[in-house]
Design a protein around this ligand. Sequence first.
Ligand SMILES: Nc1ncnc2c1ncn2[C@@H]1O[C@H](COP(=O)(O)OP(=O)(O)OP(=O)(O)O)[C@@H](O)[C@H]1O
Length: 225
Amino acid sequence: MIELNDVAYSYGNGTLLGDVTLHLAPGSFHFLTGPSGAGKSTLLKLCYMELLPTSGQLSIFGRDVKSMSRDDVARTRRRIGVVHQDCQFLDHLPLTENLAMPLAVTGRDAAPEDQNLKELMAWVGLSSRADALPPQLSGGERQRAALARAVIMDPEIVLADEPTGNVDWEMSLRLLQLLVELNRMGKTILVATHDLNLIRAAKTQVSARVLRIAGGTLSLAGAEL
Ligand SMILES: Nc1ncnc2c1ncn2[C@@H]1O[C@H](COP(=O)(O)OP(=O)(O)OP(=O)(O)O)[C@@H](O)[C@H]1O
């Protein structure tokens, strides 16, 4: 689904990532961990083509990103759902309208009474918050809303950057459960997280590979996980 071969990335002030090789197979579940500032978000941005490699090869759904036109990139991105670290919403629009926004962009039905939208709200446990404005949501509600928005286009891949940041343990487990359910539906999942307890909890439920990024390189995490 996503293949990085000897990918390096630099923001211009020295190499942040060097020779990173990563293959995300269809239906796989990966965690990406490592110290703050190691480059987890950067690697996710490469997987979403928000950034392009400084060198090396990045292929998504079998196509080298270098050969993609702007339209190809837009089409490819629709097949990837992203939960951003800061999960921003349009504060003046109710939650349902925020979640329906990706549908509206592609000209699909975005009405609040849309059945898929209703089911999605129920799936993340936010049916009763449909009319709430984003600033009225709790941290856990925002994170669940961000996950719902990421999957509204029924993507094949879900990339989540610290999806359990700023929520308590109970809510972390609930969010993990949603990610596990998505994986059981066949979606390929990549989650960047600091939370080793979350990874341990996940490993009792799914066969997840844990990668650690440090010093610019990617390796399989140790036996402590
Ligand atoms: N747009 C940018 N321009 C320059 N440097 C950047 C930019 N974005 C990130 N960096 C730097 O790149 C490094 C890696 O950042 P990144 O956000 O990928 O790390 P991370 O592992 O996700 O960190 P955290 O766990 O704290 O979220 C950091 O030193 C950061 O300051």
